[in-house]
Write a protein that binds this ligand. Structure first.
Ligand SMILES: [Ca+2]
Length: 176
């Protein structure tokens, strides 16, 4: 589970280049109970995020908006009402103070929820890693992307392999 959160951080960086997970396969229904959706409208996902505490969501800084963000927890299919969804708005956003709008460095943000999430089989928190995954570690990313076009509505999972620090520098540039 720790690795999943690490992968999510990686995905948050990837999202700046490509807003969606492409490929992969459908997640098991409600298998990623920590996964949340930041909504632009009732059927449009703005960004993914993860529940790290009943009152806190971790997402990417580029997902910030001026006002509160509607957050859907316990979600799987965006089109069907499954009776497991909880809709809670954010009350405060905390983008990383060094977030750079152009380079998307430090593209990470915490959202405080207006109400505490009800934890159950469909809504769970995920632990944060205390270190980066070792190179070649298999990680899982999830969100509402698409296994094909046109885009689907169920949650999508995909595997990624963690790269070494040197490989990451090749992709993202040297660390400051
Ligand atoms: Ca649903």
């Amino acid at each position: 589970m720790v690795l999943l959160a690490a992968a999510m951080l990686l995905l948050a960086s990837v999202a700046a280049e490509d807003e969606r997970i492409i490929g992969g396969q459908s997640c098991g229904r409600h298998q990623q109970a920590y996964q949340v959706a930041l909504m632009d409208s009732p059927n449009t996902v703005r960004c993914g995020g993860v529940l790290i505490d009943p009152s806190w969501v971790l997402t990417a800084a580029h997902c910030d908006t001026v006002g509160p963000i509607s957050i859907r927890l316990g979600e799987y299919s965006l089109k069907a009402s499954e009776g497991t969804e909880q809709c809670i708005k954010s009350t405060q956003s905390f983008p990383h103070p060094n977030y750079n709008l152009t380079s998307h460095d430090y593209d990470i943000m915490l959202l405080k929820l207006q109400n505490t999430a009800n934890l159950n089989n469909y809504v769970k928190t995920i632990g944060l890693p205390d270190r980066c995954p070792d190179p070649n570690t298999e990680c899982l990313v999830s969100g509402w992307g698409t296994t094909q076009t046109p885009k689907g509505t169920g949650a999508i999972c995909n595997g990624v392999v963690a790269g070494s620090g040197r490989e990451m520098e090749g992709i993202w540039g040297p660390a400051e």
